[in-house]
Every structure is written in C-alpha cells, then in structure tokens.
Design a protein around this ligand. Structure first.
Ligand SMILES: [Mg+2]
Length: 233
C-alpha cells in the first residue's frame, strides 16, 4: 500500500447524526397565569351586561353601541390599571422563568391586557421577557396573531414553542398558531367547557405542576437531531 509519510492523520469523519439543539420559546399569558391581578372577570362581565359565552370582553365591547362601548372601555381600563397596580406575582412564576432562561429558552409575555398594565406589572418583577406583546400589538386572543408575532420575534417555530395560559382564549389562540404543546394552569370549569374537543392541551394545578410539565417538554423538544432540522443548521 502506498502510504505517504510525514502527513498528519486525517481527522475522523464527522458523526452522521450530529446533535441539533433547536431554539425553544415559552409563551406566557399574564393575568391568571403569572400574575394575580385580582380582577373578577365574571363580575366585570356582569357589570358590563355581557353574557358569559366565551366571547372575549374586548370583542363584545367592539360590537356594542358607541356609548356603551366608550363607557365599557373606560371601566375596563380602570379595573385593569387597579389590578396591575395592586396584584401579585403568582407563586412559582419567578423560579419557572429563571429555570427557562438559564437554559436559553426565550420567554415571551403575550397578553390581551393593555401595554400600560403590562408595563406596570413588569416594573414590579426582577426578571424580563425577550418580547412583550399586548392587545395594542395585534388582534387579541383567541386570534393567533399575538402568538404568531411572539414566535416571529423569538425566531422559534410552533413545534419548538410551548404556550402557557389559564383560559380557553389561550388554548384556542395557541392551537390556531400551530403550537402543539399547550399548558393550562388552574383551569376553571367555565373555561374548560369552552375548549373544543379537537384542541389538545394539558392541565396543571399550579405553576409548580406546570414547571414539571415544562421540564418534560424541554427534554423532548430540545432533543431533536440534525435530521429533523429542515434548514440543516
Ligand atoms: Mg389569563
């Protein structure tokens, strides 16, 4: 065999299946999920004269006569502002966000609440989000628009995102955005009834429970291989 001397050994061929770690994102609802604003939405509906039929309050206000709409929006803003100012972070929220961020998971806040309320809540926290989207940034949930924008901002595909919320609006919006992992915390019966059977989601009793589910999701979603990455990154 003709072996050339003096040459260094060629490097070993690369493994055929290199590990590809996809960018992951966790998309959080705010009120009732991470933050307890103390707003009683059932009472708020009653005050505004709206039935509890699954249609978001904002949507119902949009289709109200102008005078009722104006009064309703003013009332909603006042209640939201009070809730943002006097509410508290839900136990388990901070360790969960820290756990995700330590692992490089991008975190987004996706809320139907106003920018002013979100800013008031964020000012009380000692952690931040990669992106914060409020109703001023697009059509409110259950429209998928805000979740789609959050994934665009974080550069994450729906199969690499998890949505965490507490109502049918979160489940519907996430499902419509193509997000396969949907976690609902402390889901009330009234909201559960409004989720169509074809929408798949998991329920956690509290954020500690959701944290355990997110560990499982992170282990599975983060373990893709190069062969599963269509861009070949
Ligand atoms: Mg909520």
């Amino acid at each position: 065999m003709n072996v050339k001397r003096g040459h260094t050994c060629a490097p070993s061929p690369p493994s055929l299946e290199r590990t590809f770690v996809p960018q992951l994102a966790a998309l959080f609802d705010m009120d009732g999920t991470l933050y307890d604003s103390g707003i009683d939405f059932a009472a708020l509906r009653q005050e505004l004269g709206f039935p509890h039929n699954g249609v978001p309050i904002l949507k119902q206000l949009e289709s109200s006569p102008p005078e009722q709409r104006e009064r309703g929006i003013e009332f909603l803003h006042r209640v939201e502002a009070e809730g943002a100012a006097s509410g508290t972070l839900i136990p388990g929220a901070e360790p969960l966000i820290h756990w995700l961020q330590e692992r490089g998971v991008r975190c987004a806040l996706v809320t139907n609440n106003s920018r002013a309320s979100a800013d008031a809540v964020l000012a009380k926290l000692d952690f931040s989000f990669d992106v914060v989207l409020t109703r001023e940034n697009g059509r409110a949930k259950p429209d998928p628009g805000l979740f789609l924008s959050a994934m665009e901002h974080t550069g994450v595909r729906p199969e690499h995102a998890v949505a965490i919320g507490d109502t049918h609006l979160d489940a519907l919006a996430a499902h419509r955005a193509g997000i396969s992992e949907i976690l609902l915390v402390a889901l009330r019966d009234a909201f559960r009834k409004l989720i169509p059977t074809h929408v798949r989601y998991k329920e956690g009793r509290d954020l500690a429970d959701v944290h355990r589910m997110i560990r499982d999701w992170h282990r599975i979603a983060g373990a893709a291989t190069e062969a599963q990455d269509p861009l070949g990154h």
